[in-house]
Every structure is written in structure tokens, then in C-alpha cells.
Design a protein around this ligand. Structure first.
Ligand code: SAH
Length: 339
């Protein structure tokens, strides 16, 4: 078993079950996360018996960087998993610190028509160890501390809900990755029952929702998930999340030329979210050669922005960090695998 596959509580239970002390878990975790020691033999405050138990039963399964694309403000990493599957993550250098965008699955089953990852089917969920592994791998590779994490890479996090819950616990535990709840954001395409479950966790973790359309007619065309969960149901679930957590929700809206970028769409979107604790992040679409959709031109994006603004909606246009990167979600993996 991979040592990164345990939350603190799980490691405590595992050790107690095998005849060791609960506090041994904290000792091991401190070696790994504070002192960055990845060898049980070097954990000098553990008993010989415990060290040999650990050596027999657990391994440090680190992910391997196999390709890096660099630009001024962001790096994109292609990482290899133990079974040779590949995933991507992106490190962004913001003025407030380093932010890492992690993947949640190998591929994705949501099938959004604009998305490179959705073009390819899900191979499998990522394990907790692989979610954590992305953070450890990139911070070690660059020798930096990561300040915030967004789960916006390949995959649908709420389709891997249990591991995402455990990941939240490892990320926010002050003995482990130690990133505050407010510096972690999960992005979903709108799996409604899971939005309720997430709300009921009552954490301070941020929620972003890939809305991308102001009505069912357009959303049905570009996002398969809308056939199962209509916009009204998504909005109800978000209202519930806000009532439970009092946290502001991010509405992600990709600007696709001629599809969802008209002034009428902007007015409809404003009406949909007016008065709610939400803000809109307009995302200039990253084009890919495999998908026949275009990015809205800058004037359209600006006009969309102005309409939202004049309706008192909080809105930003996503700053482009990727530049020359294969920035479309899943593009680097797809190219590497020739998928
Ligand atoms: N499945 C989750 C998280 C992964 S996608 C979700 O849907 O939110 C992360 C974000 O990138 C989503 O908003 C997705 O719609 C968007 N995205 C996908 N392909 C893109 C592209 N080519 N250009 C810009 N954004 C894209």
C-alpha cells in the first residue's frame, strides 16, 4: 500500500489495528510532511519493530514528471502514474503565491462537447495517493511551497467524491499538506446530488461550477450532464450550498464563439444569478485542433462583461497564464498518448 493513500485518521486506525500506537501515525506524518523524509529507516524516533512493519507493508509511491511545458506565469506537467496512465497538472505563479491545478481522474465521462478531456472516456478514478502525489511531486520538483489548490484539471471531482473528501482532509490537515480550506477550490460540471453532499460537509472549501450557458437549450447542446440535471436544479443546489456555508460560489463561463456569447446570453445570465452570492469568471476558450469550436473575440467578451457589470454582477475575465502551453484541459495528455 501507498503511504500517501491514508488520511491521518485512517493511518491511526491502521496502526492501532496492527498493534501500534495511535500517536505513531502523527510521528510518521511529521517525518513525511514537515521534514520531507521519504524513507522509514530514517525516522529515528520510531521503534525498530514499527520501521520493519512499515517497510514490509507500505511504499512511497511518488509520481514521475515526464514532460514540462513552461511559460512565464505557468508550467504544465505531464505526470506518470504507477500503471503508466498519465495525468496533467498546472502550476500558476500568481502575485499572491503558487497555485496548483490538479486532476481528479484519468480521462472524464462527463462528455462536454468543448472539452478535450471529455472527448476521451474515463479510464479510472485517481486514488487519494495520486491526488496528494500531484501536490508533493510538483512542490518537490520546483522546490516551492504551494499556497492554494484548485481541482480543475482532468476529470470530474464529484464523480470521485469519496477520494476528494479524503483529499480535502489531507490538504487542510495542519500536520499534512496544511493549506487552509479557503485556499482550496473544487470545480464541478454540476452533479446535483453531490453538490448537496458537499454542502452538508460544511467546510470552508470553495465551490466553482462550470455553468457555461444561461439556459437549458444551450447547456443541453454543450454539456451532456445537463440532460440529467437541469439548470434550475443546479441553481437550487447552489442556493442550498450558500445557505449552509455562506460561501460565495464561482460561476465559470467559457466564451464560445456564436454559441453562448451573445448579449442576450449575458442578460439571461445576469437575470439567473442576480442577488445571489455568486461571481462570474469569464474564460476565453482554449481552442484545440480536435474540436471545432472557436474562442469568442475580445470585443464580444468585453461586451458580455459590460452587460454583467451593468447588472451589478461581480465578474472577472480569467487572466491567461498559459500562453504557449497546450492549455486546453487534457490537451497535453491527449497529445502524449496520441489519443
Ligand atoms: N469537471 C470539472 C473540473 C474540470 S474542467 C468541471 O467541469 O468543472 C475545469 C474547467 O475547464 C471547466 O470549467 C471546464 O469547462 C473548462 N474547460 C474545459 N476545456 C476547456 C478549454 N478548452 N478552454 C477553456 N476552458 C476549458
Amino acid at each position: 500500500m501507498n503511504i500517501y493513500d491514508f488520511t491521518l485518521t485512517e493511518l491511526e486506525e491502521y496502526l492501532v489495528k496492527n498493534g501500534f500506537k495511535k500517536y505513531n501515525a502523527t510521528q510518521i506524518i511529521e517525518w513525511i510532511y514537515e521534514k520531507k523524509v521519504y524513507d522509514f529507516n530514517k525516522m529515528t524516533n520510531l521503534s525498530k519493530k514499527l520501521i520493519s512493519f512499515l517497510n514490509e507493508n507500505l511504499v512511497f509511491e511518488n509520481l514521475e514528471v515526464i514532460e514540462v511545458e513552461k511559460s512565464t506565469l505557468a508550467n504544465k506537467y505531464l505526470l506518470k502514474l504507477k500503471d503508466n496512465n498519465k495525468i496533467e497538472c498546472v502550476l500558476m505563479n500568481h502575485d499572491y503565491g503558487y497555485s496548483l491545478c490538479v486532476s481528479s481522474q484519468v480521462g472524464c465521462n462527463m462528455g462536454c462537447s468543448f472539452c478535450e478531456s471529455g472527448r476521451l472516456k474515463k479510464v479510472r478514478d485517481l486514488t487519494l495517493g495520486e491526488l496528494v502525489g500531484q501536490v508533493l511531486c510538483v512542490s518537490k520538483y520546483e522546490n516551492i511551497r504551494i499556497d492554494s489548490i484548485v481541482v480543475m484539471g482532468i476529470g470530474e471531482p464529484f464523480d470521485n467524491f469519496n477520494n476528494i473528501k479524503r483529499f480535502i482532509s489531507v490538504v487542510t490537515n495542519n500536520k499534512m499538506i496544511n493549506i487552509g480550506q479557503r485556499h482550496l477550490t473544487i470545480s464541478t460540471c454540476g452533479l446535483v446530488p453531490k453538490i448537496y453532499e458537499f454542502a452538508d460537509l460544511e467546510t470552508g472549501v470553495n465551490l466553482a461550477i462550470s455553468l457555461h450557458a444561461p439556459n437549458n437549450e444551450i447547456r443541453d447542446k454543450i454539456m451532456k450532464v445537463n440532460h440529467a440535471y437541469k439548470i434550475e436544479k443546479v441553481m437550487e443546489a447552489l442556493d442550498y450550498y450558500i445557505s449552509k456555508t455562506n460561501r460565495r460560489v464561482t460561476i465559470e463561463y467559457i466564451m464560445l464563439e456564436g454559441i453562448n456569447d451573445s448579449d442576450e446570453c449575458a442578460r439571461e445570465l445576469a437575470k439567473l444569478i442576480k442577488g445571489k452570492l455568486m461571481y462570474v469568471n469569464l474564460i476565453p476558450y482554449n481552442e484545440t485542433s480536435n474540436i471545432d469550436m472557436k474562442r469568442s473575440n475580445l470585443f464580444k467578451i468585453k461586451s458580455f462583461y459590460d452587460i454583467l457589470k451593468s447588472n451589478n454582477i461581480n465578474v472577472t475575465i480569467r487572466k491567461e497564464m498559459g500562453g504557449n502551453l497546450s492549455a486546453a484541459c487534457g490537451q497535453l495528455r491527449a497529445n502524449a498518448e496520441r489519443l
